[in-house]
Design a protein around this ligand. Structure first.
Ligand SMILES: Cc1cc2nc3c(=O)[nH]c(=O)nc-3n(C[C@H](O)[C@H](O)[C@H](O)COP(=O)(O)OP(=O)(O)OC[C@H]3O[C@@H](n4cnc5c(N)ncnc54)[C@H](O)[C@@H]3O)c2cc1C
Length: 457
């Protein structure tokens, strides 16, 4: 009788799960294990929205495992110690898990390997679980990672993806393995009122609906702010309730320009993961320094506060920031605009914005968040590091009738059409009717400060 452990991390599903499949092939008994890692909370990375979504995911994973005779074992503490404890209790000879990319995940894996090898057990790390194409699977001739998306995407597209694995039919868990039980979403306080539900079942339903009704319009609609026509699958990709390999296969199966554009975005996700895997320090440090001397958080305190609270006086920025706090999610165009506004128009360090996003985003992800922030700040992989997005022109283009702004900034609901994007242009008495702030900065002034700071004038 042999026992394997499957350590679930960012892969909270039973469908298309290579570690689970390998463990079931190798052993007659399997312990599906999740460790509530105390290190994540002490690193300041736990956020109520993600804790609540995680609780849904763990509950759902337990239900799925029970449906085939198993169950989820939950422990808390240091991951390496907790796994080693379960391994010693059950006499497991191997632990299977998905490879991660962040510095934290890399350290966790190394420590786990050392502890297990010290006990005479094996750690088996599986690729293409968290990403479709494993970081490092495609590299340019002269470097360990791609710094430019277009050639990366070309190579990425040529990769043959592994086949999608079915969910297991039967799992036997050794008797008597203690569990703390799955956490409850209801016990997490401080969550966003409009937070989505988590779990693999919810994710799969959403994916099916998306492929049937959404993806065909993705190419044309993905930037349409009021249309909200993106997949909203990002939290499921972050927690791994959906498999990126399966998503690519199924989207390609759906076919058409919408599906192609969607697959390209999934490649962006892999792109950022391979950058972070090769340069873990990019989570906290400029990938490419522009020698910025950002305004100090103290000097910019009022601007930062207004940005966080959605009171900058630029309606599209405020709408997006309010969507973030209400839903724990923000449309990609909103993320681009609010990040450009903070880092360029207000000239505030990208880490300040990235931190706030990570505090709220249900899909908050070190690879995607930090590297997209760096992209917008011009310290990352963008080949046009000094571009500044104008929130008024962009609002007119991506929210032409102002419906997105009116949805999130109800103070301006009385302003019809695109006039909502420039409330300051209303004549005095009309303007006074709206309890909405004046812009905290003139766009031209912000631009000049940024250009000076970057030595562009
Ligand atoms: C400043 C900033 C911060 C961001 N922070 C995060 C984050 O913490 N977590 C996160 O998952 N995404 C982040 N993104 C990327 C992107 O905004 C979200 O993935 C997307 O808005 C999620 O919505 P969706 O699932 O409807 O995306 P869709 O448009 O339906 O795209 C499908 C999937 O492709 C991936 N994807 C799409 N755009 C990107 C991108 N630019 N970079 C990497 N992957 C992408 C996501 O996994 C997404 O779910 C950030 C972007 C910016 C500009």
């Amino acid at each position: 009788m042999s026992v394997s452990i499957v350590l679930f991390t960012s892969d909270l599903r039973v469908h298309d799960h290579p570690p689970l499949r390998a463990a079931l092939r190798a052993s007659s008994e399997v312990v599906p294990l999740f460790v509530r890692d105390t290190g994540i909370a002490s690193a300041g990375y736990a956020a109520p929205n993600r804790e609540a979504f995680l609780a849904d995911c763990l509950g759902d994973l337990d239900t799925a495992l029970r449906a085939c005779g198993g169950r989820l074992v939950v422990r808390s503490g240091d991951v390496a110690d907790a796994v080693a404890g379960v391994a010693a209790e059950t006499g497991a000879d191997a632990v299977h898990m998905a490879g991660g990319v962040s510095a934290y995940a890399q350290r966790r894996e190394e420590r786990l390997r050392n502890v297990l090898e010290g006990q005479g057990r094996r750690l088996v790390v599986h690729d293409s679980v968290v990403t479709a194409v494993a970081p490092g699977a495609v590299t340019p001739a002269s470097s360990d990672h791609f710094a430019v998306f277009t050639p990366y995407f070309r190579h990425w597209s040529e990769q043959r993806l592994r086949d999608v694995l079915a969910a297991p039919r039967a799992i036997r868990v050794p008797d008597g393995v203690a569990t703390e039980g799955t956490p409850s979403r209801a016990r997490v306080s401080g969550t966003s009122p409009g937070l989505a539900a988590g779990g693999e079942r919810a994710g799969r339903k959403q994916l099916t609906a998306w492929l049937r009704r959404g993806v065909a319009g993705y190419e044309d609609g993905h930037d349409d702010l009021p249309g909200d026509a993106t997949s909203r699958l990002s939290p499921h990709l972050h927690f791994g309730t959906l498999s990126p390999v399966e998503l690519v296969h199924r989207a390609r199966g759906a076919g058409g320009p919408g599906a192609d554009a969607f697959v390209r975005q999934l490649a962006w996700r892999d792109f950022h993961h391979q950058v972070l895997a090769a340069r873990p320090a990019a989570a906290a440090h400029d990938y490419r320094t522009r020698h910025d001397r950002w305004r100090s958080e103290r000097a910019a305190a009022r601007d930062i506060e207004a940005w966080r609270e959605g009171r900058t006086g630029y309606p599209v920025i405020d709408a997006a920031m309010r969507q973030l706090s209400h839903e724990g999610w923000m449309h990609n165009r909103g993320r681009l605009l609010t990040a450009s506004f903070l880092t360029k128009t207000l000239y505030v360090d990208w880490r300040v914005g990235a931190r706030h996003f990570l505090d709220l985003l249900v899909d908050g992800d070190i690879a995607n968040n930090q590297l997209n922030w760096q992209w917008m700040a011009g310290t990352g992989t963008d080949s046009r590091p000094n571009r500044v997005l104008n929130p008024v022109t962009q609002a007119k283009r991506y929210d032409p009738d102002g419906a997105y702004v009116r949805r999130w900034v109800p103070e301006l609901a009385g302003l019809a059409g695109a006039a909502v994007h420039e409330p300051w242009k209303q004549p005095g008495p009309e303007r006074a009717k709206y309890a909405y702030p004046d812009p905290i900065v003139e766009l031209a002034e912000g631009l000049e400060r940024f250009r000076r700071a970057r030595g562009l004038d």
